[in-house]
Ligand binder design. Sequence first.
Ligand code: ADP
Length: 319
Amino acid sequence: MSDEYVIETRALSRRFGNLVAVDEVDLTVRGGEVFGFLGPNGAGKSTLIRMLVGLLRPSSGEARVLGRTLPREAERLRSAVGYMTQSFSLYQDLTVEENLEFAAEIFGLDGAARRERVAELLAEYELGEQCRQRPATLSGGLKQRLALAVATVHRPSLLVLDEPTAGVDPDRRRDFWEKIFELAADGTTVLVSTHYMDEAVRCHRVAMLIRGRPVAIGEPADLVQALVGRIIEVDAERVERAIPTLRALPYVRSVTQLGSRAHVLIDREARPAAELSAEFDDTLRAAGVEGTASRPAEPTLEDVFVALGLGESLAEGAQ
Ligand code: ADP
């Protein structure tokens, strides 16, 4: 393995008893990338992340992160990585400021350097007003900001975020992502797991995980591009009435309802979506479903998941 990548894994696996949580994953992440793990609950995202930050021993395979070989150099790696989990790892009996001071102390900052860094973080993350409050009294968005400030106290060159925005409202999620991109612009490599589609599209590259395996890795736009010409969007007032008819068509792979529309994935072997759209309307009319309008549509990352047979499992988290 070389040091060309910030993260490199070969056949990295983790088993819990008979369960294979991470299954022979090969992955490379370059410096400065915002790299996303996207997948339903139980896909193995956290397990993979915990191995990559040196908290969990792999069952087999190789991993090199920031030039450190795992698990041998896990200890040294841990002090170089910023790691934030969904539970935020904040100390509830410490104030905002004390949480930052404590984190700074753990990472070896003393005296003036510590005070300076804490003041800097309070300003950067706009937590000055709340500095004497305890985490439990903060809103979800502020708590999340504090957790990110804690994770970046030692200016890590690799920041690993495990579902950092789960349960946070969309406006706060947007703010959070702006911060992530600021850090990436300053050269930080960011590895982030999510089950929100709108977050995955913002990553430079994503790995879609299912049952411990990356089933697709690439730039979101490229993954979507692979489906061009294969999605037909059907608009209807009562679209649920059209769905059984659409599903029964021989060249239809799957139908996903998105509000009052349906996204229909057609087989690779079928004629292009542009040709089939008019036929859809005729077929639906013949089946007694009136007022539908079908047209070829731009595929979304959600369509990629559906095409991979993963649509159902993602539905609850998708936006
Ligand atoms: P995700 O983060 O994608 O939701 P996880 O990595 O948490 O997925 O879990 C992957 C699989 O491994 C799940 O089936 C989960 O139940 C199992 N798993 C995770 N941690 C443990 C553990 N400590 N002991 C046993 N099974 C575990």
